[in-house]
Design a protein around this ligand. Sequence first.
Ligand SMILES: C[S@@+](CC[C@H](N)C(=O)[O-])C[C@H]1O[C@@H](n2cnc3c(N)ncnc32)[C@H](O)[C@@H]1O
Length: 158
Amino acid sequence: MDYYDFIAKGYDELHREEQSNKLLIIKNNIKINKKIRILDVGCGTGISSGFGCFVVGIDPSIGLLKQNNNKKILGVAENLPFKNYSFDYVVSITSIHNFKNIKKSINEIKRVGKENFVFSVLKNSKRFDFIKNLIEKNFRIIKVVEEEKDSIFFCGLQ
Ligand SMILES: C[S@@+](CC[C@H](N)C(=O)[O-])C[C@H]1O[C@@H](n2cnc3c(N)ncnc32)[C@H](O)[C@@H]1O
């Protein structure tokens, strides 16, 4: 069983507070209205999907998705089942360090996004520097907000 399926039932109790704080920081730094379409890559139980507009999440953990009452799809970042330029924002909150193929996932995220991207990246991940370099190579960095555990990259297309 995958780690996230194993901890699925206790995920919200363990992580709701810290993940909600990251979501609040992101919401305070982007412009949201009812017409905006957001993709949440690695949505888990959906804590990170609470933007108050159209949001669809994607995640490979059946256990976490069972706890998720939002719009969601079972799948992986490496192969996003959406057409090019489908979303106004693509966000990924504390998930990217888990992706098997981060380069491929970033290419997919760029493909389905239009202009705006937000990556909240776990600072103590062994892959943090690799991820940061890839983000800097692939996107125009608008702002970086340092949260307690994550660096939050607000990005546009280059
Ligand atoms: C720390 S959780 C974050 C979940 C959610 N974003 C939140 O803020 O609560 C990391 C998530 O990454 C997901 N994940 C792992 N591998 C993935 C992949 N290849 N594509 C998309 N999501 C993946 C896990 O299933 C898990 O839901």
